[in-house]
Ligand binder design. Sequence first.
Ligand SMILES: [Fe+2]
Length: 371
Amino acid sequence: MIDLGVRAVDVQLAQFASLRPREVLSPQLRSQATATLRKVLADARKQGQPSTEAILPYVDRIVDQVLRNQEVMVGLTDIRAHDAYTHAHSVNVCMLATMIGRSLGYTRNSLLILGIGAIMHDLGKVYIDPEILTQRSPLTWDQYQQVQEHPVLGYQALDRTPGIPRPAAMISLQHHERLDASGYPHAAEAAQIGAFSRIVAVADVYDAISSDRPYRAALTPLECLRLLSQEERGRLWPDAVNALAARIAPYPEGSTVELEGGELAVVIRCTAHSPLRPEVAIFTDNEGNLLAEPVAKRLSDAEHEQLTIRELLTLEGVSDTAAGAAPDPDRPSEAANLGEAAAAVRPVILPEEQRQAANLSSMFDPAEDGR
Ligand SMILES: [Fe+2]
């Protein structure tokens, strides 16, 4: 790995500062939906019964933006929001599930039902002792049993909530069921698991493994897709996995890559028609020397067919922390840009280290993802 001088890289790429990675959801909508969901879930914890009217308009807007931005690939900022994990995760699951549903041809009405169930899929967790959910030490058998009650608890609460369609409530009940009958709470057979629940299961797992967690680093998009399609083969619905895979950018906008020749580049634009060959800005030569001017190349152009990407160097996309600012849970960065993303180049997420850190066998830490 070439040793990068972070400040120099930042200066070199300052000319790209006006570019921002495209996102399926606007930062404003993501922030507002997350904050509203946080309040809905907090109220449900206090009152026992959820009041979901407040979140429904946001599901409507998420569906709208998913339908409007169908050419946008899912990048890092979409799947690595800075908010408290649970709420941001649920908004991401809603977005990803809606994208999958759209690819599978569902109508807008169906997408709304899917989206409602997706954003509320983990409602049942509010009825479980929070100390168990945040416990870092291994759970006792009794605690594990309690955690596995959250699908039923969520379903029961949603099913008696006015305005929540039964298929949306069923998502809460079945999102941990698996096609090989290895899931919970009922170890349901494939034929018993609804399509909406199968879709949310894929979105739920993808978002969990593509996010940094306290006990492991996020996987790269390609590693996530490999896990979904290979390690989870037989457990997750292949149609939903394939639909999602078609929208995930292997090299997200704002990430840093190394080309086969050794040059380093920042990804400027990803396109669905050529996901492995994005447009990049090359900023070093093959010995790691910074170029006087970054050189933009669209790798999908025939004239650049000799240029290929060797590997993704950073998972860090655009973030507030990259810009040196303290992350605000409710206000994703407005100033985020590719120049700042390049400044985030740091060795903590080198693929080799990441692969070691992300031991697939421990992926579903019972302390979090398996819940
Ligand atoms: Fe869950």
